[in-house]
Design a protein around this ligand. Structure first.
Ligand code: MLT
Length: 303
């Protein structure tokens, strides 16, 4: 019998694939494997029997990967399994940052109780919420993995001119993207060219604060920035200053940050990129299969 510790609620569509040879629960002691979504494992002891951890998601920042490597524990993730869900929220946010939808809805609610005056007040107040169309604008996609590629293709179909930057792009991906994306030679080209920039890279020491004082200065005035990858890709102090000065006209993020929460033109979403039933099922299925294949047969994929 294999023992699996489940650190988060994981879709039963996935866990039912464990079958009879497995016990899994949040209380399992001395597990052979761990199934985790977003719970931080950095302060956890890795048990002596632990062989593998599967993250039902793409990023592995909540897992002490180096410690796992030292202890021979294999870490799996589920690349692509939630890509469509994230893409949809990124597209939604492209519109949200353009058309001032969130602040206009908040404003419309203040009209409650104004009775017959509402339509007059709407006519008077609505010009404050004018915002540009995205068709014909330039979008920079930094990172062309599963999510970046979906975003790039969708943005192209919405009439945007898309620039992509990814120094690790595979030949296959480059071919698939060749009609959607202009391949930028450098980040600076993206910064100088794009009206909208969306981040789709993992958080590493190299990408931390990728958007900071220096890079912001290279961007177009009024740029709109979307971050559905990891909060620390953006330096919050630099972003706050850029928003206050109007250098950045809107910032949409899936990682609410205390410094930016109340800033004007920030759309902070509580890490919902992957929160659809479809994506939760996909991630759970892939993570459970990865654990099973490794524990039972020693097969490794997506580690
Ligand atoms: C990811 O890394 O794919 C997301 O953080 C997944 C999630 O929201 O659980």
């Amino acid at each position: 019998m294999y023992k699996i510790l489940c650190l988060n609620k994981i879709s039963p569509v996935g866990t039912k694939r464990f079958g009879e040879k497995y016990t899994f629960s949040p209380e399992v002691q001395e597990p052979d494997g761990i199934l985790v979504r977003s719970a931080s494992m950095h302060d956890m002891e890795l048990g002596e029997n632990l062989l593998a951890i599967a993250r039902a998601g793409a990023g592995v920042n909540n897992i002490p990967v180096n410690q796992c490597i030292e202890n021979g524990v294999v870490v799996f993730n589920t690349p692509g399994a939630n890509a469509n869900a994230v893409k949809e929220l990124v597209l939604c946010s492209l519109f949200l940052t353009s058309r001032k939808i969130v602040s206009s809805i908040d404003w419309a609610k203040t009209l409650k109780g104004k009775g017959d005056e509402v339509s007059k007040l709407v006519e008077k107040g609505k010009s404050a919420f004018t915002g540009p169309e995205i068709q014909g604008k330039t979008l920079g996609v930094i990172g062309l993995g599963a999510i970046g590629i979906l975003v790039a293709n969708a943005a192209k179909s919405l009439g945007m001119t898309v620039y992509g930057y990814d120094p690790f792009l595979s030949v296959d991906s480059a071919w698939n993207l060749s009609r959607s994306v202009n391949h930028a030679q450098s980040l600076d080209e993206i910064f100088a060219t794009c009206d909208y920039i969306t981040l789709h890279v993992p958080l590493t020491p190299e990408t931390k604060n990728l958007v900071g004082t220096a890079s912001l200065q290279k961007m177009k005035d009024g740029v709109r920035i979307l971050n559905f990858a990891r909060g620390d890709l953006v330096d919050s102090d630099a972003m706050l200053e850029a928003l206050q000065k109007g250098k950045v006209s809107a910032y949409a993020t899936d990682f609410p940050d205390d410094k930016l929460l109340c800033a004007e033109n920030v759309i902070a979403i509580p890490h919902l990129g992957a929160s659809t039933p479809e994506s939760e099922d996909n991630c759970a299925e892939m993570a459970v299969d990865e654990l099973k294949e490794y524990l039972e047969d020693g097969n490794i994929r997506n580690s």
